[in-house]
Write a protein that binds this ligand. Structure first.
Ligand SMILES: Nc1nc2c(c(=O)[nH]1)N[C@H]1C(S)=C(S)[C@@H](COP(=O)(O)O)O[C@H]1N2
Ligand SMILES: [Mo]
Length: 201
């Protein structure tokens, strides 16, 4: 079986079988940078992370407080809607479960908001149960500014535009509020395995 398929597929460029969503290619060692605007520069003294919206007492962590929260290592494949995927990216950060552990809310959605004004919306359940993190480390180094440092959201099971760079917090919402790309015609949910690239996909 492998004899026949190898003859027809030639050099395998798509990584391990079953790991590349439809329409994607493996970018290998490259890590493209994609941003809708310039890299915002914020001094860490003026950085905090907030949980607000549908919550009685909004939460904030300063940078030192955030750094003291329990961090976990994450290895994940990431998939950009522009069709590159990258396997086995290594991050460290705080699970959104940790950030929301004491939160009681009627919200069913979140909007991630960022320095520079970018936003993206997700169902609350998609950032819980070990599916999303606020990461401050990439490959053992502080997250570089062009990749969203000091901290970005990481939601690897959805297209990478949901992984908001320069993230400053989560707004808990009762109704779904489309974010930046979602308002420009990108899919509201963005499952790479279902090729949910644009509204209507
Ligand atoms: N704040 C902010 N976050 C963002 C974006 C952006 O323009 N601004 N672009 C998104 C898109 S479309 C992608 S593919 C990834 C790219 O992340 P990278 O530059 O680290 O590869 O960031 C996402 N997060
Ligand atoms: Mo993207």
């Amino acid at each position: 079986m492998s004899f026949v398929s190898r003859g027809f597929t030639g050099r395998r460029r798509s990584g391990p079988p079953g790991r590349l969503p439809p329409g994607q290619y493996d970018t290998g060692d490259a890590f493209p940078v994609l941003s809708a605007g310039p890299v915002p520069r914020r001094h860490l003294d003026a950085w905090d992370f907030a949980v607000r919206g549908e919550i009685d007492d909004p939460l904030t962590w300063s940078w030192p407080q955030f750094r003291r929260l329990p961090h976990v290592d994450i290895t994940a494949d990431i998939h950009c809607v522009t069709s590159w995927s990258k396997f086995d990216t290594h991050w460290s950060g705080v699970s959104v479960d940790t950030l929301l552990s004491d939160v009681e809310t009627a919200a069913e959605y979140v909007v991630a908001f960022c320095d520079g004004g970018y936003t993206t919306n997700l169902p609350l359940e998609d950032v819980l149960d070990g599916k999303a993190w606020v990461v401050d480390t990439y490959d053992g180094q502080p997250l570089p500014p062009e990749h969203g440092g000091p901290a970005r959201l990481l939601v690897p099971h959805l297209y990478f535009w949901k992984s908001a760079k320069w993230v400053r917090g989560l707004k808990l919402t009762l109704t779904d509020e489309p974010g930046f790309w979602e308002n420009f015609g990108y899919h509201n949910y963005g499952d790479p395995w279902k090729q949910q690239r644009y509204a209507g996909d």
